[in-house]
Design a protein. Structure first.
Length: 105
């Protein structure tokens, strides 16, 4: 809607803004909408759980292993051993993942 009203002098900025917001919507909204449509539940958070698993849990698991900590991953739950050989299970809740905040901004 606003795209047409941006002056021609700012063509590069206008194009960048359009591509940025289109890409952001494509990466964040489209997969979640497809997941919810496939599940038949518009309120499902399964798509956000997948984001949490692949963009948060797996990188954290990799960093733990790279630093020498024995760890494993099951979905959005990371299990690792402390120095005292105590097993800690860390669950990344979808509401705490930051994906909703990232989508807003």
């Amino acid at each position: 809607i606003v795209y047409r009203w941006v002056p021609e002098d700012y063509e590069r900025e206008r194009e960048f803004t359009f591509v940025f917001f289109f890409s952001l919507a494509f990466l964040l909204l489209v997969p979640v909408l497809i997941e919810r449509a496939a599940a038949g539940n518009a309120a499902s958070s399964a798509g956000i759980s997948a984001y949490s698993e692949y963009l948060l849990a797996k990188p954290v698991d990799w960093m733990l292993r790279a630093s020498g900590v024995s760890s494993s991953i099951d979905g959005i739950t990371i299990s690792f051993l402390t120095v005292d050989a105590e097993r800690i299970n860390l669950l990344i809740a979808t509401s705490c993942s930051g994906v909703y905040s990232f989508a807003i901004f």
